[in-house]
Design a protein around this ligand. Structure first.
Ligand code: ARG
Ligand code: ZN
Length: 891
């Protein structure tokens, strides 16, 4: 395996760079970059005689020290060395790169004819030679020169200080960023773009210019992003007292992008998918994602840019914190501050993502702590653990100290570290000091991998009116990778309530307390096992455990089905209401899946049907909550929880349960469908989205019926009259699902219509590909055949990550029953595509490679074939990115 980088090896840089002046002559085939840096020795570092700069895929042209050529400068494979460098000097290096040939989408590249950049984590070294590490912070001045017709717009970080014409139809623009920043926050964009603009006044009364730059044909899809930006700016002032520090803030949308978006200082660059929206082209989910990602990148301006990471092991310092901030923002925007139920909806969605993506990561060969100890390729560590578990870790400070205590910690963090590159320990220390707490044990949340498990046992003493709750923590059956990092018990904030027989919360009084107070308590579990005794408990309660999911843990408690149904109906904590239903469903489904795996016939109790009936017909619950509660855990989630993962069994179990639920509740689904129709003009509000969501679930259940006539009639009508893509896609998937069950072809016309209607809108065509890749298979037409067919479609393009994700990732990652076909056809396809992508875009290839990482957990017949596919990729892959993934999987 290529070199492993260790956190323990961190050393401060031997040199610092204070200022950088970059000059670009932008030409797609060969862009010349002249880079002038003020360099000096770092007084705080050990003495090294040579200055070592990194550079990748660069053509060296010339270099000079203080304006003179020097024999001390040597460009070489991987970088440039200045032998016996002076203590302080000006270093000028001229080189060239090839944006048009850059398919990795890291560094400077061309997307749809426009120039753009992606530098995080280590892309800047593909633009020019540098100390490309986040603890080297410099002020940047950037001059862009380009053909005026090809690139009328020239953008970079900070403020525009000069622009003008040049000979030969060229022009230039000069930008200056007043803030020191690490190289990963550098950006430039040049091309044919137009902007939606808005001027706002921030808290201090200063006027700011906001721009959302897109291709001309997309200008009508920028309103939602702009509104989201304005709301983000106001929210960050209100909630955290953080104001926009630049006069101008720009967002640019590009269609070729490896990830969601990037927080470059003053010039955020986004995947078009995370910016462009109107009702005809973006679903309710897209609208919500755009709001949260616009927020996320904007919030990075303080948590990431003003205070950045010392090294990449600290990535969660900015990502965990910023995800937490965007989650809180989205919750507030859905009406959450006042409305507990709306807030819970967002919380439930976030926890679903965590469990779906992060728990699996923790269970496999890529398991790593929130602050990893080592990496081979840092791009492989932009993970669910760093982002999502990292956000949960930040949330636990707020759970422990309350919103005010958390705010005090944030204030102290900025007071101490504004303008610095710091560590996760610095953040924890600020929280500890601001709240007068010793948080040394809390460090384990950063250093230990694996998902903690809390086993709960309870005992009611009727005579003494005492209720004893015993909490025991361990890591269950953690993977070897996770076990290697574990050293002791965590500090787990464990939120709990006690529900009485009337369904109401009991007032809580712990032993030793003078009186009862509150109905929800956060117990602090710090030992491997600990008892908490509640007194004055008038009757045997039902415990509501880990309310609002107060820690990223698995809770085990032996609830009866009737108890779960009771909590689903009564728990005052909306998260736990939903959770009770999920526990019930998971239990039933796992039983069914084991029956399927053993070749037994299905036997399902009525508990789930009755629980669903009461949720579906409970008009006091919001439609969005009901839609979430009526969703069964995914096949992937179920397969991961089986003793041996068997995707076919998980699929059969889930289908059986869905059909039972559709038959038994047919009238209720029909009634719900009609009741939640949203006639009239489209509204993008969370309430309207809730109605569409519940209507959509009802239609999907109806499409499971043996007689799909109702579903086909309703879905066909819905497709034809839809004024938004949520309804249009909902109808289309219901028709496809009904057709898969019955073998009818009533989905053909709308599927063709969908393509024709949106042919010129790539983001919607992505949905068209994804719908087909994730469809249910039919014996006579396995989905792999459909996918292979679509690979030949003229609109397919492997070089565009969104398109590759829509077709290939959707199939390999989101259609488990078809991907894990017994004949191994899915794995052969996977190996082909990982290798094809490896040659184009290693980062995207490595993401795809990860879809096989849990191979050891599968049935022997499948895992043997998965192993063979991994070995084939290991033999032929070239990139560090892919090699790290497959080698860790095989190790
Ligand atoms: N900092 C970006 C975000 O979370 C992600 C950029 C990751 N890019 C990469 N090539 N690894 O908003
Ligand atoms: Zn981020």
């Amino acid at each position: 395996m290529p070199t492993t980088i260790l956190r323990a090896d961190y050393a401060a840089p031997a040199f610092l760079i204070d200022t950088v002046a970059l000059e670009f002559d932008l030409v797609p085939e060969r862009t010349v970059v002249r880079n002038t840096m003020r360099v000096r020795r770092n007084p705080a570092a050990g003495r090294a005689s040579n200055l070592e700069l990194v550079g990748e895929q660069l053509e060296f042209i010339s270099a000079a020290i203080d304006g003179h050529p020097s024999a001390a400068i040597r460009a070489h494979e991987g970088g440039l060395t200045v032998n016996d460098a002076p203590d302080a000097f000006e270093l000028t290096i001229t080189g060239a790169c090839s944006p048009a040939a850059n398919t990795t989408l890291m560094g400077l590249y061309v997307s749809g004819g426009n120039f753009c950049t992606q530098c995080e984590a280590q892309g800047f070294r593909r633009i020019t030679w540098f100390l490309d590490r986040p603890d080297v912070m410099a002020t940047f001045t950037v001059t862009l020169r380009a053909d005026k017709d090809a690139c009328p717009v020239l953008l970079s970080n900070g403020n525009l200080i000069e622009q003008g014409d040049l000979p030969d139809g060229r022009h230039y623009a000069k930008w200056e960023d007043p803030f020191k920043k690490p190289s990963y926050l550098f950006a430039l964009v040049a091309g044919k773009l137009v902007a939606l603009e808005e001027r706002i006044r921030t808290g201090s009364g200063k006027e700011k210019l906001l721009q959302v730059w897109v291709k001309p044909q997309d200008l009508d899809k920028t309103g939602h992003a702009m509104d989201s930006l304005v709301r983000s700016i106001h929210w960050d002032e209100e909630r955290f007292g953080l104001e926009l520090d630049l006069d101008r803030f720009m967002i640019v949308a590009v269609s070729d992008f490896n990830m969601g978006a990037m927080e470059n200082k003053g010039l955020n660059i986004f995947n078009t998918k995370c910016i462009l929206a109107n009702p005809e082209t973006a679903t309710d989910t897209d609208f919500a994602n755009i709001e949260s990602i616009v927020g996320h990148e904007y919030f990075h301006n303080w948590t990431g840019n003003r205070v950045t990471c010392r090294d990449w092991f600290q990535l969660s310092l900015k990502e965990g914190l910023t995800v937490f901030r965007d989650q809180e923002f989205s919750a507030a925007m859905s009406g959450g501050n006042e409305n507990e139920a709306a807030r819970a909806t967002k919380r439930i969605e976030d926890v679903c993502v965590l469990r779906q993506m992060q728990f699996g990561e923790d269970a496999g060969p890529m398991a790593h702590p929130v602050r990893p100890e080592s990496y081979v390729e840092i791009n492989n560590f932009y993970t669910a653990t760093v982002y999502r578990k990292g956000a949960e870790v930040v949330r636990m400070y707020q759970t422990l100290f309350g919103r005010e205590g958390f705010r005090k910690g944030m204030d102290l963090y900025f007071q101490r570290h504004d303008g610095q590159a710091v560590t996760c320990d610095d953040f924890r220390q600020a929280m500890a000091d601001a709240n007068g707490r010793d948080l040394s044990q809390f460090e384990r949340w950063y250093s230990q991998a694996g998902t903690p498990r809390v086993r709960v046992t309870t005992q009611y003493d009727e005579a003494g009116r005492r209720y004893r709750v015993t909490l025991a923590q361990d890591y269950g059956d953690a993977s070897p990778a996770a076990r290697a990092t574990q050293s002791g018990p965590l500090l787990i904030p464990f939120s709990i309530g006690l529900v009485g027989q009337d369904g109401a919360d009991m007032p809580l009084r712990l032993e030793g307390e003078r009186e009862a107070g509150g109905t929800t308590r956060v117990l602090e579990l710090t030992e491997a096992q600990q008892c908490f005794t509640f007194i004055d408990v008038p009757e045997k309660p039902l415990p509501s455990l880990l309310r609002d999911f107060s820690a990223p843990a698995i809770v085990e408690y032996d609830y009866g089905n009737d108890e779960l149904a009771f909590l689903l109906a009564h728990d005052s904590d909306p998260f736990n209401r939903w959770e009770a239903g999920q526990r019930l469903a998971t239990r039933e489904l796992l039983t069914l899946a084991e029956q399927a795996a053993d070749g037994r016939s299905f036997d399902m109790s009525d508990a789930l049907v009755e629980a669903f009936r009461s949720v579906l017909t409970d008009e006091s619950l919001s439609p969005s909550f009901r839609a979430l509660a009526l969703m069964l855990p995914t096949e992937t989630y179920l397969a991961e929880r089986m003793a041996v993962s068997d995707p076919a069994a998980a699929h059969a179990a889930r289908r059986f349960a869905r059909r039972r639920l559709s038959e038994a509740l047919r009238q209720e689904w029909l009634a719900a469908y009609e009741r939640h129709l949203t006639p009239g003009a489209y509204e993008a509000t969370p309430e309207a989205a809730g109605h569409r969501g519940l209507k959509g679930s009802a239609l999907m259940y109806l499409s499971e019926l043996d007689d799909p006539a109702d579903a086909v009639r309703l879905a066909t009508r819905q497709y034809d009259i839809a004024n938004n893509v949520t309804d249009r896609m909902g109808a289309l998937s219901a028709l496809m699902n009904a057709a898969a069950g019955k073998g009818g072809d009533f989905a053909k016309r709308p599927l063709d219509d969908f393509y024709a209607r949106f042919e010129h809108d790539p983001l919607v065509i992505d949905k068209w590909f994804a719908l087909q890749a994730t469809q249910r298979g039919r014996a006579e037409r396995p989905v792999i055949d459909v996918v292979r067919g679509l690979m030949q479609h003229p609109a397919f393009n492997l070089k565009n990550p969104n398109r590759a994700r829509a077709l290939i990732f959707s199939f390999c990652g989101a259609n488990p029953a078809q991907f894990h076909a017994a004949n191994g056809s899915g794995y052969a396809f996977w190996a082909e595509q990982v290798l094809a992508l490896d040659a184009i875009n290693p980062q995207v290839a490595a993401r795809l490679a990860r879809t096989l990482e849990l191979w050891r957990r599968f049935t022997p017949a499948l895992s043997a074939q998965m192993r063979a596919a991994l070995e084939q990729v290991n033999a032929d892959a070239k990139s560090r990115d892919v090699c790290e993934i497959v080698q860790k999987a095989l190790a």
